[in-house]
Design a protein around this ligand. Sequence first.
Ligand SMILES: [Zn+2]
Ligand SMILES: [Zn+2]
Length: 63
Amino acid sequence: MDSHQWPCPSCGDDRDFVQPPCVDGHTADGGECPEWACADCGAAVVGGSTAVAPVAARLARAA
Ligand SMILES: [Zn+2]
Ligand SMILES: [Zn+2]
């Protein structure tokens, strides 16, 4: 399985990210699934972006 190191906004440090089995059909046409999950805490990122949905939601509510 492929893995990448990215700064995890949830862990607050660099973490290994792994690709969970794609359930959205991204790989059906031979493409790459853009979704990655932190191997430590399970936080999901898309394409290496650190815009994690739960964090974005929290920021939106705080504004
Ligand atoms: Zn996918
Ligand atoms: Zn993490």
